[in-house]
Design a protein around this ligand. Structure first.
Ligand SMILES: [Zn+2]
Length: 89
């Protein structure tokens, strides 16, 4: 069982959460200026690292707030979580 610590509610079972994908994907400031390849890159291409990376989670069956988590993609270990509006340090 994977336990995820919501920054507001504390540790909860994974079944209470919704995965939101890789964190820190910046939306293009001028989408109209992008060609199809650049737009597709923004929409679909992710880094998919082996190791630690930052991702977004929502406590959908709890406080319904979004936050970031640093998770290891091989072990699934989560070493920290924090609110979306805080820097990752
Ligand atoms: Zn929560």
């Amino acid at each position: 069982m994977l336990m995820i610590t919501c920054p507001w509610c504390g540790p909860r079972d994974e079944s209470e959460f919704t995965y939101g994908g890789e964190a820190n994907i910046e939306r293009p400031t001028d989408p109209e200026a992008l060609d199809d390849a650049a737009w597709a890159d923004y929409l679909f291409m992710r880094s998919n690292p082996k190791g630690w990376h930052e991702e977004q989670w929502c406590h959908a069956h709890g406080c319904r707030r979004w936050f970031k988590a640093e998770r290891h993609t091989v072990s699934y270990a989560i070493r920290r979580t924090w609110p979306m509006d805080e820097e990752s340090s």
